[in-house]
Ligand binder design. Structure first.
Ligand code: ADP
Ligand code: MG
Length: 225
């Protein structure tokens, strides 16, 4: 799915932080990196793209869907069906094992059916993520890198058309880092998904066709007088 953002403005309550994005387009199947200092709004924009939060003004169109016009519950259903979000803090559920965590989207949306094909795909995804031996393990027994990979697996299993990954290689050692990046890119291309990834790792940037630097969304104060 392609993404088209126009004249988006967002602020949290009365905080000073403001995100202003005149225009941003992500083509279907493209790979975009979000870079910029901590606090510059990278996670906030991922949350806007996922419909977790709503802009104060402007339009966010994802494929045929004008996200800014949907109700909370319709945005949520849309997100679970079409978007894979890899949260920076994983958001795994402690009392479920790894396998059940990967299946969570299928429990949340009746439009996703937990078929035998999905279970087979779960096993092969777990293999690629080097989590096969951990599928029955409790979340609190996993290392940081394993948690990261489980969060990635949960995001990818429903074959999302838009993958939003918030620093998904931040907790991985160098060899896992390049494998996981390969996996994200491969999975994205198999499904012709659009990939957006927040990263601080400038060595990775030449893998992306588009790099969005968040400095450009905060120029305004006194800049255009
Ligand atoms: P980044 O991901 O680039 O580090 P964020 O999007 O997380 O930046 O945060 C942008 C700004 O918004 C920061 O100043 C942060 O403190 C603030 N912020 C983030 N989440 C919230 C929230 N839920 N409520 C209020 N302020 C927030
Ligand atoms: Mg962030």
């Amino acid at each position: 799915m392609d993404v088209d953002i126009k004249q988006v403005e967002f602020a949290y309550g009365d905080e000073d932080f403001r995100l202003q994005i005149p225009e941003l387009k992500l083509a279907t199947g493209s790979h975009t990196a979000f870079v910029g200092p901590s606090g510059s709004g990278k996670t906030t924009l991922l949350r806007l793209l996922a419909g977790i939060t709503q802009p104060q003004s402007g339009a966010i169109q994802i494929g045929d869907h004008p996200l800014h016009t949907l109700s909370d519950s319709n945005r949520r259903a849309f997100r679970i069906k079409h978007i894979g979000f890899v949260f920076q803090d994983f958001r795994l559920i402690e009392y479920l094992n790894v396998r059940e965590n990967l299946r969570i989207p299928y429990r949340l949306n009746e439009a996703l059916n937990l078929t035998a094909e999905v279970n087979t795909r779960l096993e092969s995804l777990a293999n690629e993520l080097q989590l096969a031996a951990k599928l029955d393990a409790a979340i609190d027994t996993l290392s940081q890198g394993e948690l990261q990979r489980a969060a990635i697996g949960r995001a990818l299993l429903p074959k999302p058309e838009l993958i939003l990954a918030d620093e998904p290689t931040g907790n991985l050692d160098p060899s896992n880092k390049s494998r996981i990046l390969d996996l994200l890119f491969t999975q994205a291309s198999v499904n012709d998904a659009t990939l957006v990834m927040v990263t601080h790792d400038h060595a990775l940037l030449d893998r992306f066709e588009q790099v969005v630097d968040f400095e450009e969304f905060h120029k305004k104060e006194g800049a255009n007088v």
